[in-house]
Design a binder for this molecule. Structure first.
Ligand SMILES: Cc1ncc(COP(=O)(O)O)c(C=O)c1O
Length: 464
């Protein structure tokens, strides 16, 4: 089929995710034909830098030969099998590796197939745990405003991005929400520099984290009734690439622990090196009761997710069948052998190529290349963590006035990015890079140069 025929059928049959299809009534979708390394190629052979890692999951670039070998070899042995009453080598080996890589308290791995389910599993395990430990009153949940854990009804009920959730408000279960550590727009009005919130365990040491006040109050008043607090460590991704200091995470964890509340870390997006460390939690030296992973778990090649937890939680479910303590949850593709092989391939690359050791130089270069973007009158904030960098665009820099959502400041930037051979996909007023860890120093230079050409041109900031 040629491209025109494919576009025609696409228009007739497909409904794309997170997309207003009307945008493509006359404009064609970008038809991707193949990918290699950092680039996606369209049907005309034109290359585009995949600067957002194909929705934050590609880790070692597209089509890494080691990943391909792992999946190909697995394809010849076993493609799919249920994981209830059956097991298989890739799922077993991967579980052992994940236990090795994560904090020592996380000893159990439960498989599912996407980020939303990884979080739902953690929530359900926590709630059932409290019932089975004789504390049924612990049944409410806490999340962060601007937190995001997926699009299922359950995860929407814990997220804080109202733009996505509005029409389903009546279906969502009640839960508590506390303010996020959004330093650029500090919830307690601390003067914020409006400049680089770049990662460092000592970033903003002067901050006394007064924005934790509402969480502290909630825990003091209702802590006995709270089962779990779910949050994204160090960066609220879909909520606007809000990078926050390690000290906040550490203090939030301490507070939660003090009240016996479970901590659920959602590292679906931040896991597997993206923040410069294997897991973002390492920067704060804290361990959760549940750790949710997906996206980069398989290097982005195949869908897979895990929820990791402790022996103490696992043991609350371990009993004679008649005791009624089984965790009745599972997915058709839980622990799929091909996906597990891809994940093992990705972890092999981390070891063979010493991926993490190569990151500090790349991160420093990225940071240095982005500094000049702060000169632009419409760049209010520059923040970054590892291979992630974000620019928050504002109408008025001094007053930090945001563009209204209907102004859709990101759309012309997206289109101009395509002209420059970049897949930029701004979220609201935030333009960001979420780079594969394999991005080279030269590629960082090239990408940021092209991005500069897009953003320095007032014609692309049409909402102004
Ligand atoms: C932090 C976080 N949690 C959960 C999810 C949901 O993952 P999925 O889209 O695979 O359901 C996402 C997706 O972007 C995410 O960023």
């Amino acid at each position: 089929m040629n491209a025109a025929e494919l576009q025609k059928i696409d228009r007739a049959c497909l409904w794309h995710p997170f997309t207003q299809m009307h945008d493509y009534a006359v404009r064609d979708l970008l038809l991707i034909d193949r990918a290699e390394g950092l680039k996606l190629y369209d049907h005309r052979g034109r290359g585009y830098f995949d600067t957002i890692s194909s929705w934050w999951c590609i880790v070692h670039g597209h089509g890494h030969p080691t990943m391909q070998e792992h999946v190909r070899a697995q394809l010849e042995r076993l493609d799919q099998v249920l994981l209830a009453g059956t097991s298989h080598e890739p799922a077993i080996r991967l579980a052992a590796k994940l236990v090795e890589l994560t904090p020592p308290t996380l000893s159990r791995v439960f498989y599912s197939d996407n980020g939303s389910t990884a979080c739902e599993v953690a929530v359900k395990m926590s709630l059932q745990y409290w019932q089975q430990r004789g504390k049924p009153r612990r049944r409410s949940l806490v999340g962060l405003e601007r937190g995001y854990h997926g699009d299922t009804i359950g995860t929407m009920s814990l997220g804080g991005v109202p733009e996505f959730h509005g029409p389903f408000a009546h279906l969502m279960f009640p839960s508590h929400r506390v303010p996020p550590p959004y330093c650029y727009r500090c919830p307690v009005g601390e003067a914020s520099p409006g400049v680089a919130q770049w990662d460092s365990p000592t970033a903003r040491p002067e901050c006394d984290c007064r924005c934790l006040g509402p969480l502290e109050k909630l825990l003091a008043e209702e802590g006995e009734e709270i089962a779990a607090f779910i949050l994204e460590p160090r960066i609220l991704a879909a909520g606007g690439m809000i990078v926050y200091p390690a000290v906040w995470l550490r203090r939030a964890a301490e507070l939660t622990r003090r009240h016996g509340v479970h901590l659920i870390f959602d590292e679906v997006a931040s896991g597997f090196g993206r923040t410069g460390r294997m897991f973002a939690l390492e920067s704060a030296g804290v361990a959760p009761d549940f750790l949710c992973l997906s996206k980069g778990l398989t290097g982005g090649m195949l869908p897979m997710a895990v929820t990791m937890t402790s022996e103490e939680i696992y043991q609350a479910f371990y009993a004679e069948y008649a005791a009624g303590k089984t965790f009745f949850h599972g997915h058709t593709f839980s622990g799929n052998p091909l996906a597990a092989a891809a994940a093992l391939g990705s972890l092999a690359i981390f070891r063979q190529e010493q991926t993490l050791a190569g990151l500090p130089a790349k991160i420093a270069h990225l940071r240095q290349r982005l500094e000049r973007f702060q000169e632009l009158p419409w760049v209010g904030d520059l923040r970054g963590l590892g291979m992630i960098a974000a620019l928050e665009l504002v109408r008025d820099k001094a007053a930090k006035t945001p563009f209204a959502p209907v102004e859709r400041v990101g759309w012309p930037i997206y289109l101009a990015g395509l002209e420059e051979g970049l897949i930029l996909r701004p979220m609201g007023n935030v333009v960001y890079l979420w780079l594969p860890l394999s991005t080279t120093i030269d590629e960082i230079t090239e990408i940021t140069e092209r991005m500069w050409r897009v953003l320095c041109n007032p014609a692309n900031i049409k909402a102004l």
